[in-house]
Design a binder for this molecule. Structure first.
Ligand code: TXA
Ligand code: MG
Length: 348
């Protein structure tokens, strides 16, 4: 159901969100927009409801969920303690695209945390999400609303592709603002650690709390150090096609992608190319799509998952993509692209 403001009044929207909240209170599932990606919500304190999320997504049951809250007081009830530094980050970045991991309290069922004694919590910066959380009882467990292994949904249509017939309601708030999932910071150990990069960067976090580490498991495919966030170990965010990143100077990348795309096309493969506003006209083979402009890294983040899904719909078999700088939100973009590519990258 639509909850955008165009043809209906605010009261009508509120009623729809309240109805969605009732579904959650009764143990059901509702997909809803947040500022990062669409979430698939259920009552986080009801083990049966959490179980339904795993079922609808086809998600492994050892992969814990994030509990979404709407105010700071509610945090105290689901965690054992809130470290001072976490409180500072919450003051600065909540509501917003930041998830923090704490030791869980007794009321949080192990079904929600994938069997862990820790719990991930986020206060999203989206009015509809906050209202849904309140009307749903205050604690909404929500992973991204994609089928397990597919790119996260950045529009309600993406949710429908994956969840049609499996859930009773999708709140359609239009395209999301950020387009990649929240930054995750783990406070369950002495020194806070980033388990998943996002649009809140390590530098922004350091400015508030001082030292923060990066999960060494994020660096590359490193069998010695598996990522600490269970969800980061799966081949994830992935299109059906094989995705190959090409890194280097603008001219060399374009030359290489043209060469590879021509070869694949001549072998009879259906080819996709991911370029930018600045470069898209320089590609001669395959279906070329612009992911955004290099002048605005946020535009690239916003379109990444949507583009992967568009290529899926075209039944493209192989995608060659430009690669992007790792500064700022670029680190998160690079992390998601490398995972979607199964770490296939060519440097020229
Ligand atoms: O932006 C977001 O965070 C979105 C929106 C809907 O809020 N949600 C999201 O959830 O991305 P999900 O389930 O797709 O990703 C959650 C990640 C997974 O990699 C999971 O393994 C990790 O967080 N995680 C959750 N609880 C954890 C815990 N207690 N310890 C370590 N990792 C945890
Ligand atoms: Mg996800």
């Amino acid at each position: 159901v639509s909850i955008t403001d165009d043809r209906q009044g605010k009261e009508a929207i509120r009623e729809k969100i309240h109805a969605a909240g009732q579904i959650i209170r009764q143990g059901g599932l509702v997909a809803f927009p947040t500022e990062t990606v669409y979430g698939l919500g259920a009552d986080a304190l009801n083990p049966l409801a959490s179980g339904r999320i795993y079922e609808a997504k086809g998600r492994p049951s050892d992969n814990p969920l994030i509990i979404h809250i709407s105010n700071m007081e509610d945090l105290e009830k689901i965690v054992r303690k809130v470290p001072e530094q976490a409180r500072k980050l919450a003051e600065k970045f909540w509501p917003g695209p930041l998830t923090m991991i704490f030791e869980k309290s007794g009321i949080v069922p192990l079904e929600t945390t994938g069997g862990l004694q820790t719990v991930a919590v986020r206060m999203p910066n989206h009015p509809a999400a906050l209202l849904l959380i309140r009307s749903g009882g205050g604690y909404v467990a929500a992973p991204s609303a994609n089928a397990s292994g597919k790119p996260s949904p950045t529009r309600a249509e993406h949710v429908a592709e994956d969840m049609k017939g499996k859930i009773p309601m999708i709140l359609d708030g239009g395209p999301v603002g950020i387009g990649i999932e929240s930054t995750i910071v783990d406070f369950s150990e002495e020194i806070p650690m980033i388990l998943r990069p996002g649009c809140i960067t390590a530098k922004m976090i350091q400015e508030v709390i001082g030292e923060v580490r990066m999960d060494p498991g994020l660096a590359a495919e490193n069998p010695e150090a598996p990522p600490k966030a269970p969800g980061m170990k799966y081949r994830h965010y992935a299109p059906k096609a094989d995705l190959i990143l090409v890194a280097g100077s603008k001219e060399k990348v374009q030359e290489k992608i043209n060469e590879l795309a021509e070869k694949a096309a001549k072998e009879g493969k259906s080819v996709g190319v991911i370029g930018t506003e600045e470069t898209k006209d320089g590609y001669q083979y395959g279906t070329v799509k612009s992911i955004g402009t290099r002048k605005d890294a946020a535009s690239i983040a916003r379109h990444l998952y949507g583009i992967l899904r568009e290529f899926d719909q075209l039944d493209v078999e192989i995608i060659y993509s430009e690669s992007f700088s790792e500064s700022g939100i670029g680190q998160a973009i690079k992390n998601r692209m490398l995972k979607a590519a199964g770490h296939q990258m060519i440097e020229v």
